[in-house]
Design a protein around this ligand. Structure first.
Ligand SMILES: Nc1nc2c(c(=O)[nH]1)N[C@H]1C(S)=C(S)[C@@H](COP(=O)(O)OP(=O)(O)OC[C@H]3O[C@@H](n4cnc5c(=O)[nH]c(N)nc54)[C@H](O)[C@@H]3O)O[C@H]1N2
Ligand SMILES: Nc1nc2c(c(=O)[nH]1)N[C@H]1C(S)=C(S)[C@@H](COP(=O)(O)OP(=O)(O)OC[C@H]3O[C@@H](n4cnc5c(=O)[nH]c(N)nc54)[C@H](O)[C@@H]3O)O[C@H]1N2
Ligand code: SF4
Ligand SMILES: [Mo]
Length: 680
């Protein structure tokens, strides 16, 4: 396999591995065998040489003195951080002898993997690991922490995760950034919007927080959390009432528009205004703007679906472009996710056939605390990789209580001794994305990338693929699939005859090119993946699954008597909890804060920079206040998944419910209620 490892100096093409829609092309500068600079690849068609601050400072993380270099064994109590270095042989032997005993005494379902997309490489994040745990017969994990509610909701309307090609949005005349903090989380969509604005496009931001993206908008519309489906239905009400709909489009490409027209009569502007906090006047203004500007694009964020009703919210918003026919215009329509265009051969990569017991139990990753404390029969071993659940998972006090269990044998594979790793029995050092090969597919733009290793593994670290090959061998698993090389894994995954948009992409073609684009020329709004093949404004499938068939406003679940809705989102300089332990990134971000409305501040005697205690029945935090007009009364917002620091109570997920969203088993990070008070 081609590699740049042997070249001590030079500039090498690469791609960003982080869980970020932009998936930037990179150029990695090497000097004396070390990475000295990471910059954007100016040849990359959509990211065009621009990258974020986080990754521009990536070498600080790669060579951070805290990076793990050897396997470790815990020598102090769980969570104390006392470890001693051991060899890989001892580490693998310890894991395998524990697991063999568990298999004998309790069966394979006593073991649970826990992972997400700390590295988005396809073979790294969902390749050899899946094969291994399938063969082992371990309990399965429903990986629903990120976008599954919205993806499910969007699919009810549109059939799959397919939307507008972002490259075409330089033509867009109206951007609605709906529940997305694009300046921080999708900067290239923002750059494309800025280009379009030079040609007269307008940008509206609908959010619960006037963050950097809201402040850059032509018009910022504040909304009460979890009420967006009501807003979308109110827009539909006026679009129909004022005949700003495209009936030809609806007739040809949709199902149920007549029922919808009748249905939205009940979402009159006054009712919608009361639910959403958006004034009647603004509702008319927004609808008329949307109904008369073309092409219009709705960029549907991920934040807005982290609610009890997140699936229905996205399902509802996704109907809007079909009412105006925005899909017909270059740069028009909506983007939630575009991952369907680049889907690879999941069965060939993950090998579900290796799982013998098709009734193996499955746990939702959002409820890890509950699973560790309550599952029966119990989970007795946890293997964590590509994720940091002690910080990122809801109800973190419950999660930590579970991780503290003395009878839980826990392994963490990571680049750092994360908060989660502090609880491990065995810690394994992981390579960074620059230290192994993989292929990467964006969930926003239409490019797939091949990445070759640029540097040697750091210390004794090993890739996820290597770790699971080692474990397979030590467990005595004979299947060839568990011995496949990285190249074989990529060849199998990239051979996907069922994806019509990536027929031209295979291992050899991708190796030759740096990146290849999905070919969406056969995409048609009459051949969608919905039961009818059309855009489903009315969905019989939803009715069968117990939902209303037409888009509907469903309120948040009652989360108790606490007066404030708490929205703990991500921040600009971290990527979830990644970078929250790197000095450079902490310095850029300064500190965690809590935003509240001036009227709430006045009522509670809280001023700027006052330390505020935030609490509910699940936990508490203490953060300095920012008081002003960035959020509506009754709403508080924090940004960033901050690491533990001595004397600082900033673990926001200790306050977050582990209820599941209405669809897809999604997380409800933003539907929790809290109280606040000034700390004297
Ligand atoms: N810098 C940076 N970039 C990232 C990440 C990161 O941590 N840092 N994380 C990556 C990942 S994994 C993901 S999933 C994406 C997430 O990125 P986004 O899709 O932007 O999602 P969030 O930032 O979680 O939330 C977006 C916005 O939704 C708003 N919001 C919350 N509730 C509601 C609501 O009820 N209605 C409306 N209208 N708005 C609401 C929040 O205030 C926030 O501004 O970003 C990715 N990119
Ligand atoms: N309050 C609140 N909580 C949230 C969110 C929110 O908006 N608010 N967002 C949620 C969302 S959308 C998401 S996607 C999740 C993300 O949650 P996680 O997927 O847990 O993301 P990270 O915190 O970035 O942790 C990834 C870990 O993987 C490690 N890693 C990186 N590369 C590799 C590798 O190659 N091998 C191994 N073994 N490890 C590697 C990193 O060092 C890091 O410790 O967080 C969720 N949590
Ligand atoms: S984190 Fe996102 S914006 Fe930053 S370099 Fe990676 S893909 Fe690009
Ligand atoms: Mo995410």
């Amino acid at each position: 396999m081609q590699t740049y490892i042997n070249k001590k100096d030079g500039i090498f093409p690469s791609v960003c591995s982080l869980d970020c829609p932009d998936q930037c092309g990179l150029l990695v500068h090497k000097k004396d065998g070390k990475i000295v600079k990471v910059q954007g690849d100016p040849d990359h068609p959509i990211t065009q040489g621009n990258i974020c601050n986080k990754v521009r400072n990536m070498s600080e993380r790669l060579y951070d003195s805290k990076r793990l270099t050897t396997p470790l064994k815990r020598v102090g109590p769980k969570g104390s951080g006392s470890f001693t270095p051991i060899s890989w042989t001892e580490a693998i032997d310890t894991i395998v002898s524990n697991w063999k005993q568990l298999l004998n005494e309790h069966g394979p379902e006593s073991i649970l993997p826990y992972s997400f997309y700390g590295n988005m490489g396809n073979i790294n994040a969902e390749g050899m690991d899946r094969r291994f745990f399938n063969r082992l017969g371990a309990s399965q994990l429903d990986r629903a922490i990120c976008s599954s509610a919205g993806a499910t909701g969007y699919s009810y309307t549109m059939g799959s995760s397919a939307g507008t090609d972002p490259e075409e949005t330089t033509e867009t005349k109206l951007f609605i950034m709906w529940g997305i903090n694009a300046v921080s989380t999708n900067m290239h969509q923002m750059m494309l919007a800025q280009k379009a604005r030079k040609n007269g496009a307008k940008m509206v931001v609908i959010d619960v927080h006037k963050n950097q993206t809201g402040r850059m908008a032509d018009w910022f519309i504040p909304i009460l959390p979890g009420t967006d489906s009501a807003l979308a239905l109110g827009i539909m009400h006026i679009l129909f009432a004022e005949n700003m709909v495209n009936r030809d489009f609806m007739k040809e490409f949709t199902v149920g528009y007549e029922e919808l027209e009748e249905h939205v009569k009940s979402y009159d502007p006054e009712t919608v205004s009361t639910i959403t906090g958006v004034t009647v006047e603004d509702l008319y203004k927004l609808t008329r703007m949307y109904g008369t500007t073309s092409p219009s694009l709705i960029r549907i964020g991920n934040g807005l679906q982290h609610h009890d009703n997140g699936g229905m919210i996205v399902r509802t918003i996704a109907c809007l472009p079909a009412l105006t026919g925005a899909w017909l215009h270059t740069g028009g329509g909506a983007i939630k996710s575009n991952s369907s265009f680049l889907s690879h051969n999941v069965n060939a990569l993950q090998r579900p056939d290796l799982l013998e017991n098709k009734h193996t139990r499955m746990f939702n990753m959002n409820q890890l605390g509950h699973v560790l404390l309550e599952a029966s029969p119990p989970v007795r071993s946890l293997f964590v990789y590509n994720s940091n659940p002690a910080v990122v998972t809801p109800e973190s006090n419950k999660v930590r209580k579970g991780l503290e269990r003395d009878d839980l044998f826990m392994i963490v594979h990571d680049l750092f001794l994360t908060e989660t790793a502090q609880y491990a029995d065995i810690v394994l050092p992981a390579t960074s994305a620059f230290e192994h090969a993989d292929f990467y597919t964006s969930y926003w733009h239409h490019y797939v990338h091949m990445q070759q290793p640029v540097i040697d593994p750091y210390g004794e670290s090993k890739s996820n693929m290597d770790v699971f090959r080692l474990l397979s061998e030590a467990m005595g698993f004979e299947e060839e699939a568990l011995k496949d090389s990285d190249e074989q894994l990529m060849r199998q995954a990239l051979n996907n005859p069922t994806n019509p948009y990536a027929k031209h992409v295979n291992y050899d073609s991708l190796r030759k090119e740096k990146y290849m684009k999905a070919d969406r020329s056969t995409f048609s709004f009459k051949k969608l993946n919905t039961p009818s093949g059309k855009i489903e404004l009315y969905s019989e499938k939803m009715v069968r699954n117990g939902y209303p068939g037409l888009p509907t406003y469903t309120p948040l679940i009652d989360d108790g008597h606490f007066p404030f809705l708490f929205i703990p989102g991500p921040n600009h300089n971290f990527l979830n909890s990644t970078f929250s332990n790197n000095e450079k990134h902490i310095k850029l971000e300064k500190n965690a804060k809590i935003h509240l409305n001036q009227s709430d501040g006045d009522m509670l005697g809280i001023e700027n920079d006052d330390l505020v205690r935030i609490w509910n029945d699940r936990g508490e935090c203490e953060l300095p206040a920012v008081v002003g007009d960035y959020v509506l009364p009754g709403v508080i917002v924090s940004q960033g998944l901050w690491a533990d620091m001595p004397g600082k109570k900033q673990l926001v997920n200790s306050l977050v419910p582990d209820r599941l969203a209405d669809m897809g088993g999604g997380a409800t990070f933003f539907s929790g209620r809290v109280n606040i008070e000034k700390v004297y």
